[in-house]
Design a protein around this ligand. Sequence first.
Ligand SMILES: O=P(O)(O)O[C@H]1O[C@H](CO)[C@@H](O)[C@H]1O
Ligand SMILES: O=c1cc[nH]c(=O)[nH]1
Length: 236
Amino acid sequence: MSTPHIEADPGAFADTVLLPGDPLRAAYIAERFFSEAECVNTVRNMLGFTGRFRGQRISVMGTGMGIPSCLIYATELVQHYGVRRLLRIGTCGGVAEGLALGDLVLALGACTDSAVNRQRFAGLDFAATASWPLLARIAAEAAAQHCRLKVGNVFSSDLFYATDPDATVRMRRMGVLAVEMEAAGLYGLAAERGVEAAALLSVSDLLPDGASMSAEQRRAGLDRMVELALSAIIEP
Ligand SMILES: O=P(O)(O)O[C@H]1O[C@H](CO)[C@@H](O)[C@H]1O
Ligand SMILES: O=c1cc[nH]c(=O)[nH]1
């Protein structure tokens, strides 16, 4: 079986797929955290892997950057491979006061300047929210691990290089914690298809122009987020 963007056998993906933007982060996660890891997709170098974590089957696959790319992969995973749980593990720009590099943000909701959810919802405003069971598991696991986690709104932007100089101030005023580029689209898709989705993010830079992680740190320096995601999704 194959889709336009995934060449993998039926059943090649686990029920739950971790979705980093960077396919090299997917490879790093499979190598570092999975046993019996097998590469299941290489089309366009959007690497996907299935393996086991603490004995339970789990997959990880890159999505590329931005809602359109992410939704191509997420839609095909749900529609053709029967995936039921989509957990984005990404990086974000910290907006809220007090956030530091490496802090973890769990996207309860996602505002956006993208039109994708309006297209799904007859032009109306859709409240793009994470799935409660998945969100609750991650929050509970963070508490059990004494891991600092901020839960709240993020902004999924179409523009990495924002053009509005007031954007950060406005977002801060509205309680937005951080900016990234996929969660709102993922949440809209999950709602429409009746599957679970959440986005767990590591702060990789501080907006508007504070400190930032290197590309290498963004590939491999996010272990705390990955460990939290993995331990939250496996069954006890
Ligand atoms: O680190 P990832 O998961 O790619 O996430 C963030 O990084 C990319 C921008 O550099 C966008 O995809 C954004 O959402
Ligand atoms: O989308 C993103 C991701 C990380 N940092 C940002 O500023 N934006």
